[in-house]
Design a protein around this ligand. Sequence first.
Ligand SMILES: [Zn+2]
Length: 154
Amino acid sequence: MLVCTKCYSVYKVSSLYSGSVKQNEEGKFVCPSTTCAGHELIEVDDQMVDVVLGLWTVGIRTTESCSGHPRIWSNNPYIILELDESSFAVVSMMRHLNNGRATIMVNQEEELIIIEGMEAPEGDISYKHKAQYEFFQFIYEVFNEMGSLKKLRA
Ligand SMILES: [Zn+2]
């Protein structure tokens, strides 16, 4: 999917072929919304779109993510957050809910938080699917908890 970091609109990759999403002079794909005035779109894996938008909505910025592609062995699912007050606030909650489903690394030097799914043994495709499923379950549990925290504060 193609996502606008300004208006949070999501476009299917097929929009590129239908012409509803256009390229700028540099060949970068830009948001067709008139209010975004040519803001560049970023590509996000389908399964990761709601995760990324959910984080942005609560003020957590992301730098990179991958939903993990069980057919491609080198990739575990992961998402990288910018380290700041809002992202750091959820780290202890993440550690509490994790239960072995993800690795959570805080990199102070580069100011990033890396959340990565478990590594599957070489050649074990069923484990790879399981690890991906558990990673997303974990992330959505974190979201639920963040929602209930927000309600408590309100
Ligand atoms: Zn936009």
